[in-house]
Write a protein that binds this ligand. Structure first.
Ligand code: HEC
Length: 155
């Protein structure tokens, strides 16, 4: 094998490992497909009576500090109770996703924000790590959502 070919072969081998990691959105998309689509669906539109739509739902929420905390809490703590969405009132239970790693949660959140909410805000793994010891009961997360919406309305 010529030197050049050998170099080429090495490069190809490297690229099948994590050194050639996919861009964040691809990892986020895969994780979303694995852990969220059953309820929120591939297009993020949710299922009537089972899960609310994520499309457009976080656009304003992510713009405020408390909103970013809320989004992280939904994943770490879960959420339960009645919420108002753009498709009407919705009562359900979102199971905590705390079994996923901080990096996985950050990748999923950033995917949901960029793909379904036209937001370039990326939530950091450190933020999820910090929240784990402060997990809330799911009903409290729903109250947090109301606080965030009131804050946005008052702007
Ligand atoms: C078993 C079904 C289920 C799964 C799986 C699930 N969710 Fe949910 N999700 C819900 C329900 C139900 C709600 C609303 C809870 C309520 O009514 O209080 C919700 C709410 C949300 C919200 C809040 C939306 C808003 O308008 O404020 C976000 C964000 C969210 N889910 C993201 C995710 C992500 C990301 C995943 C994957 C890691 C995921 N969910 C997995 C059922 C699910």
């Amino acid at each position: 094998m010529s030197k050049r070919l050998l170099l080429l072969a090495t490069a190809v081998a490297l690229c099948s490992t994590s050194i050639c990691a996919q861009p964040r959105d691809v990892a986020g998309a895969e994780l979303f497909g694995k852990h969220c689509v059953a309820c929120h669906q591939t297009d993020g539109e949710g299922i009537p009576g089972l899960a609310p739509p994520l499309v457009g739902a976080l656009k304003k929420i992510v713009e405020v500090d408390l909103g970013r905390t809320y989004i992280a809490h939904v994943l770490v703590s879960g959420m339960a109770g009645t919420i108002k969405t753009r498709v009407g009132k919705f009562t359900g239970v979102m199971p905590s996703q705390a079994a996923l790693s901080d990096h996985e949660l950050a990748a999923i959140a950033s995917y949901v924000l960029s793909t379904f909410n036209e937001s370039q805000v990326a939530l950091k793994p450190e933020g999820f790590a910090a929240l784990r010891s402060k997990a809330l009961p799911p009903g409290e997360v729903r109250k947090l959502r109301e606080q965030v919406l009131a804050q946005i309305d008052g702007q």
